[in-house]
Design a protein around this ligand. Sequence first.
Ligand SMILES: [Zn+2]
Length: 54
Amino acid sequence: MSAWQYAIGLGLALASLGAVVITPFFLTHARTEHDHGPGCWWCHPRLPRRRQSR
Ligand SMILES: [Zn+2]
């Protein structure tokens, strides 16, 4: 089943790549001490496509 191995490898590669990409951003954001306000989607994660769509 080389196809499964390829799919799993590709998934792991994408996951590791995504983690590598967001880690610096996460650390940088975590170090900032000022309040980002309710508009910050990172401090206040909210799913898109909610009832209130502006
Ligand atoms: Zn924030």
